[in-house]
Design a binder for this molecule. Structure first.
Ligand code: GDP
Ligand code: IMO
Ligand code: MG
Length: 423
């Protein structure tokens, strides 16, 4: 009988909801923090005691000294980027080698995967996905095609396997007439990264996690990206290449659905999207610019402008359904301070038809809004719910009623301390 449980914390829109911050806040309540999907396309920001870290592959539980952190089998890893990220943490005084365990089944991102990412994007003309360029799609493609290389391959006959997959990629690039690239320097660093990563605990993390659960230890599964970027449920083809939703927790860690207890769905008090693809709530006006400026909505990985708009109930209801969300966490509420009115997208409209359910295609959909009064107080200074302005309470209540799910945590600033748990 397993006594421990897995709670999942999932971005439920287009990513960058503030997962890193909340995982860091939650970590003291867990024994293990595990990433189950994605790779260095993620950028999870953690701020405390005047320090700021942006994590890409390493779980955000790493700042609590006594916790195990796991990179699960559903993840993809770039050894060179991993090395840079890990060395930065080591330089800041965080010991990793004992506490960070990496699944032998996680797939490796090769330098040529990144070239393929660029080549496929270039070949797409106007319909580019706007990927992070980290080789995510090509790596998951190799996984599905059963041609990929895994972390466990480092331990046995690696050079040969690497040369074979690299040659295969070079052939594809040649066929695509995409030959103007040079990975010489990148490859050196990458191979150095392979050596470096082999000094970590490369384990059968699915067995390890299930042993922890048997021992009564609790696991926090840290999502990457968001539901609308999920390969199955997102705005395909403008998505990432993994299952970012709760099903991905099971496949990406090797735990059963009955091991999952809470599913925390995290979203911002407004919406953002980085990269291309339909985004019905996108604002092209001053309000959109204001949200970007106040919310500092620039990509943590690529520095790109994030597209901004009001909160989208069609997307949120869909994500709550797909993931089985049990509790909601609303982030960046402080960014809405000072707006006279706040809009909420309650439906989409296309060709005169109003839709409250997520349609197959959101391209060409317009947002239908309901307006609520804003507040003028500075939320970032608040420490408990009793101090909330009435308009903010109304906003929370409206969302809870529409979404039929409680919002149990509110974030009012980027720092660890600016987090309010509702009683
Ligand atoms: P993640 O990918 O989901 O971990 O989110 P990112 O780190 O990419 O983006 C979230 C950004 O919002 C980061 O810059 C955080 O420091 C910041 N942030 C998180 N919570 C809050 C909040 O409540 N208020 C404000 N103003 N910023 C926040
Ligand atoms: P976190 O974990 C926001 C987006 C990219 C692009 C699409 C596909 O920080 O929330 P990919 O490189 O994965 O093939 O790109 O997905 N994307 C993200 N957007 N946050 C992320 O991660 C993202 N990871 C990928 O911008 O539109
Ligand atoms: Mg991010």
């Amino acid at each position: 009988m397993k006594k421990g449980k897995v709670d999942a914390l999932l971005g439920i829109v287009f990513g960058d909801e503030g997962k890193g911050k909340v995982v860091d806040v939650f970590t003291p309540d867990y024994d293990v923090v595990a990433r189950f999907a994605g790779g260095p396309n993620a950028g999870h920001t953690i701020i405390f005691e005047g320090k700021k870290f942006v994590l890409r592959s390493i779980p955000s539980g790493i700042f609590a000294q006594d916790k195990i952190n796991i990179i699960g089998n559903g993840c993809v890893i770039a050894p060179d980027l991993f090395m840079a990220e890990a060395k930065e943490l080591e330089a800041a005084g965080y010991e990793l080698k004992e506490r960070l365990h990496i699944s032998k089944r996680a797939h490796l991102i090769l330098p040529t995967h990144r070239v393929l990412d660029r080549a496929y994007e270039a070949a797409k003309g106007k319909a580019k996905v706007g990927t992070t360029g980290k080789g995510i799609g090509p790596t998951y493609s190799d996984k599905a095609a059963r041609t990929g290389l895994r972390i466990g391959d480092i331990l046995d006959g690696f050079e040969e396997k690497y040369a074979a997959l690299k040659a295969r990629h070079e052939q594809i690039l040649h066929d695509l007439h995409y030959t103007d690239y040079d990975i010489t320097e990148e490859e050196k660093l990458w191979l150095e990264g392979i050596k470096y990563i082999s000094g970590f605990q490369l384990t059968d993390t699915e067995i390890e996690i299930n042993r922890y659960l048997k021992e009564g230890k609790n696991v926090l599964a840290e999502g990457a990206q968001g539901t609308m970027l999920d390969i199955d449920h997102g705005t395909y083809p403008f998505v990432s290449s993994s299952n970012t939703t709760s099903g991905g927790v099971c496949t990406g860690l090797g735990v059963g659905p009955t091991d999952i207890r809470e599913v925390f769905g995290i979203f911002k008090a407004y919406s953002t999207r980085v990269g291309s693809g339909p985004f019905p709530v996108e604002l092209f006006d001053e309000t959109g610019d204001k949200l970007r400026e106040i919310g500092h909505e620039y990509g943590a990985v690529t520095g790109r402008n994030r597209r901004c708009g009001w909160v989208d109930l069609v997307a949120l209801k869909y994500a709550i359904m797909i993931n089985g969300v049990t509790q909601l966490i609303m982030m960046k509420s402080d960014v809405l301070d000072g707006f006279d009115t706040i809009k909420v997208c309650v439906a989409y409209k296309k060709d005169g038809k109003v839709m409250e359910n997520m349609p197959f295609e959101t391209e060409g959909c317009e947002a239908v809004y309901k307006e609520l009064p804003g507040w003028k107080e500075n939320l970032s200074k608040l420490t408990e719910e009793s101090q909330f302005p009435q308009e903010f309470r109304n906003y929370i209540q409206f969302l809870e009623t529409e979404l039929e799910t409680p919002i149990t945590i509110l974030s009012v600033g980027p720092d660890r301390a600016q987090t309010i748990v509702r009683k």
